[in-house]
Design a protein around this ligand. Structure first.
Ligand code: G3P
Length: 225
C-alpha cells in the first residue's frame, strides 16, 4: 500500500513524515486555502519538509485546458518533481493530454465514476483519485467504485494507480485496501486513527509494567544487554 497524507498543514506533515511510512503529500484547492498563506510558500515549505524523494501533488484551478496547462508548467517551474492534479471535467481531460505531453506527472481528481477514471488514464493520468466518502455520503459505494477502477487498470494493463481519497473513517480505508487499490491519501486525523486500538494500548502498558517491576523503572533492553 502506498500511503499519502492529504493536507498542506506543515505541523501535520512533519509529524506524519516522522512517524509513518508516508511516500507523498496531496493537496487540493480547499486544503491549500485553509492554510491562508501564499501558494508558493506552501509548496516550497512542504517540499523542504518531505524531501526530494516523496511525492507532492498540487491542483490546477483554471476552467480551460490551455490555462490548466500553463498552471501545470508554472507548478513544475516552482517544483520540478510536482505531480499536478487535474479534475476529470471535459476540459480537465483535454488538459491531461496536453500536460502529459509535456512530461509532467498527473493525478486525475474529483473522480466519482470508473468511466471518468478510465478516460483520465487514457489521457495520461498516473494516479486516479476516487472520492470515497463523498460517494458514501450520497448513498453511493465509494469502495465499489475504487475496486472497479483497480479492476479496469488490471484488465486494460494501464500504467496507472488508484489513489483513493476522501476518507472520514478507518473502515473506509480498510475496505479500499481489501479491494486492492494501490494507494490511499488520508487526512491527518483519520491517519492517526489507523493505529488506534485500546487493547494495543493496554497490552503495551502491561508489558511495560511487568518489565519495570522485574528490572526497575526506566530500564530498557540496552541496559540489560
Ligand atoms: O484531496 C481530495 C479529497 O481527499 C477530498 O476529501 O474530505 O474533502 O472529501 P474530502
Amino acid at each position: 500500500m502506498i500511503y499519502m497524507l492529504d493536507t498542506a498543514n506543515l505541523e501535520a506533515i512533519k509529524k506524519a513524515v516522522d512517524l509513518y511510512p508516508i511516500v507523498g503529500v496531496t493537496t487540493n484547492p480547499t486544503i491549500i486555502a485553509k492554510e491562508n498563506r501564499p501558494l508558493r510558500d506552501i509548496i516550497l515549505d512542504i517540499r523542504e519538509l518531505i524531501g526530494s524523494e516523496r511525492m507532492l501533488h498540487a491542483q490546477v484551478v483554471a476552467d480551460t485546458a490551455e490555462v490548466m496547462l500553463e498552471e501545470a508548467k508554472a507548478l513544475r517551474k516552482l517544483d520540478p518533481e510536482i505531480i499536478v492534479k487535474v479534475p476529470v471535467t471535459p476540459q480537465g481531460i483535454k488538459a491531461m493530454k496536453l500536460i502529459s505531453a509535456e512530461g509532467i506527472r498527473i493525478t486525475a481528481t474529483a473522480i466519482l465514476t470508473p468511466q471518468q477514471a478510465l478516460m483520465a488514464a487514457m489521457a495520461g493520468a498516473e494516479f486516479l483519485a476516487p472520492y470515497v466518502n463523498r460517494l458514501d455520503n450520497i448513498c453511493g459505494d465509494g469502495t465499489q467504485v475504487a475496486a472497479e477502477m483497480a479492476h479496469l487498470i488490471d484488465m486494460y494493463n494501464l500504467d496507472a494507480k488508484v489513489l483513493a481519497a476522501s476518507f472520514k473513517n478507518v473502515q473506509q480505508v480498510h475496505e479500499v485496501a481489501k479491494a486492492g487499490v494501490q494507494s490511499v491519501t488520508i487526512a491527518p486525523d483519520v491517519f492517526d486513527q489507523l493505529l488506534v486500538h485500546p487493547l494495543t494500548d493496554s497490552g503495551v502498558a502491561g508489558f511495560m509494567s511487568d518489565w519495570h517491576n522485574a528490572y526497575g523503572d526506566g530500564k530498557t533492553v540496552l541496559d540489560l544487554l
